[in-house]
Design a protein around this ligand. Structure first.
Ligand code: 2U9
Length: 361
């Protein structure tokens, strides 16, 4: 019995002293496993007399139960400590933003295109689109720019070899302006027409202020009794909404475009703020749009009688509008794909421009 007592004391001390679950399992196996000390003790019961067994049996079984209970209690303590330690290292800050966060941004040109579509939709204009590979007729001839007209040379046209659009009318070109979209619209639907034509255009020109591909938006209104007054109101309303300023003065200067008569260049009143010209005020003028009444020849080319139908048209560069509104200084950076630039000037996908929420983000 003394031996059993010693074994009991040693095993209880080992259980108490087990520093972790692995050490505790080793004690359990050494005591109660197949070859464990207590298991060996229990096996000796078989070789005892009935009287010896009557005394040793309850003692040995009692020892086994006591050790099992001590093992279970120590296991619970060690498991709780292990959980505590894990919780302390695996701390979660629930206030941190979800990772990885939104990475892409909406390019300022796309954002400005959306803003323009929103402003003009409110004025009843639909968005019209057309092919970027055009034919000579839609890009030039229909717009009163005949063969040998100096305006063709001014457009620095990219000519496309090896076929153009199906049913092409003359040489294939990369459109030099979005005006052929208006030609296609006038030929495809009866007036009244109110459209904007935003999109990519191409000219063989490249320096600090010109890229071979840039973005234009043009507008066209065809109806009975349209005058320059309608043009003026539309452009004033557009510029006020786009730059979000009420104090805007527009200056109309006579100009020449083959597709308009008269042609009008539009300047916007500006003032110097922090070393930069900003829209509004009247300290200086900045040219911002080209426009005019649609030339009677262009109307006729599209099958419309200029005695019955009149219209106005305008055009401007989207990239330049974006620079003026959002303060970029280098046009070429628009097309570099530099992630730092895109993160700085880009817009969140949820910054959808609306007139009620403000077209400026
Ligand atoms: C049709 C009839 C007339 C569109 C017009 C301009 C004047 C103009 C330039 C502004 C800067 C192009 O991006 S830019 O280089 N545009 O000055 N655009 S009138 O006139 C049209 C268009 C289509 C059928």
């Amino acid at each position: 019995m003394t031996e059993t007592e010693t074994l009991r004391t040693d095993l209880l001390a080992a259980i108490d002293g087990a520093a972790d679950l692995t050490a505790l399992e080793a004690v359990r196996v050494a005591a109660l496993g197949k070859a464990g000390q207590v298991t060996a003790l229990l096996k000796t019961l078989g070789g005892m007399t009935a009287e010896q067994r009557q005394v040793a049996g309850p003692a040995f079984n009692g020892l086994r139960e006591e050790l099992s209970a001590a093992l279970a209690a120590r296991k619970a303590v060690l498991e709780a400590a292990a959980l505590e330690a894990r919780l302390a290292t695996e701390r979660l800050d629930m206030s941190l933003p979800v990772l990885p966060g939104p990475r892409g941004t909406v390019h300022p040109i796309s954002q400005v295109m959306d803003e323009l579509a929103e402003i003009f939709a409110d004025l009843g204009f639909a968005v019209a689109e057309g092919p970027e590979i055009e034919d000579d007729w839609h890009n030039f001839t229909a717009l009163n720019i005949p063969e040998e007209h100096p305006a063709r040379a001014m457009h620095d046209t990219f000519y496309v070899t090896g076929g153009g659009p199906a049913g092409a009318n003359g040489r294939a070109v990369l459109r030099t302006h979005t005006s052929p979209v208006q030609i296609r619209t006038m030929m495809g639907q009866a007036p009244p027409i109110r459209i904007i034509a935003p999109g990519r255009v191409y000219r063989s020109d490249s320096d600090a202020t010109h890229t071979p591909m840039f973005h234009q938006i043009e507008g066209l209104v065809i109806d009975r009794g349209i005058t320059l007054a309608h043009l003026r109101w539309t452009l004033e309303t557009f510029i006020k909404a786009f730059f979000e300023v009420d104090d805007v003065t527009l200056r109309f200067r006579p100009s020449y475009f083959p597709f308009t008569e008269p042609g009008v260049e539009v300047d916007v009143g500006c003032s110097w703020q922090g070393g930069r010209l900003s829209i509004g005020g009247s300290e200086s003028w900045m040219e911002i749009l080209g426009s005019g009444m649609v030339h009677p020849k262009v109307l006729r080319n599209c099958g419309l009688d200029p005695e019955e139908w009149q219209g106005f048209a305008f055009g401007t560069g989207v990239d330049r509008l974006a620079m003026l509104k959002y303060g970029m200084t280098d046009l070429r950076a628009f097309f570099d794909g530099d992630l730092r630039w895109l993160r700085h000037y880009g817009f969140g996908a949820l910054d959808v421009p609306t007139l009620s929420g403000g077209v400026g983000a």
